[in-house]
Design a protein around this ligand. Sequence first.
Ligand code: ADP
Length: 295
Amino acid sequence: SLLVIGSANADLVTAVDRHPAAGETVLGSDLDTHPGGKGANQAVAAARLGARTALLARVGDDAHGRLLLESQRAAGVDTSGVRVGGAPTGVALIAVGPSGDNTIVVSPGANHRLSPQDVASAGELLAAAEVVSLQLEIPPETVAASVRAAAAARTRVVLNPSPPAPLPPDVLAACDPLVLNEHEAEYLLGATADGRSPAEWAEALLALGPRSVVVTLGASGALVATPGTSHHVPAPPVEAVDTTGAGDAFTGALAWRLSLGDSLEQAARFAVRVAATSVTRRGAQTSYPTAADLT
Ligand code: ADP
């Protein structure tokens, strides 16, 4: 089975004619409230495809927390690892401008209270998982504790360094793969990324220590690399409507297929189909396909 350890947010979305300047108030459209957060998205993406999936996360004892638990359960995710309380549920306040340009304020709330102790007390979930999938919207010490616990249990670690942040060498070394988009790759590589191709990025990223690397390339698909090998996996051509949460769909699908024993390249070939389907529909979790929806 797959264990996702990560964030759960309520996305509060309103459309504005223009973004407010400091000290200013503008009126927005009626509020849309969606379940989101990278961890919650990945878990839903995998479970909708049929994966046995559990989520280890923290939400507040509030209406947003109940919305998130409900959306996880509706997708079939095991929520026994979702801790409740300690702070309000994480929220993303999203203002969408007329040309789709977003301004976003994130209040991490309960996500930043997910602790190494919460991971230590989830030993059964960890023991049941073949793959643990992580992102960086929870405290860095919780990511590190999770990766170390997974490594000790010989459980495979998939990590998406988003939002980008520095990673300790032993955390990087456990990633198999490190999954990242071009922006995250540029962050980790710094000036060495300039003027280089995705294949060269993958090689430079492997030099940082992960066992394997997957660079997602939007409409171009993904690049899959291990030391000495690199394969481009094209994305199926689709009419993209909304790419929100595409990276999370990709990573959730990839992590699940790895847990079933697929090779990295096989898993990536499946994940690009899932992510391509997700960009043809609006929203994040609402856009995620079931196995029957895949072409
Ligand atoms: P992120 O969503 O994290 O910015 P990408 O833009 O690289 O990451 O998208 C993640 C994955 O979603 C891609 O690897 C690809 O499989 C799929 N995808 C994204 N945009 C498109 C598109 N326009 N057409 C087909 N697939 C897409």
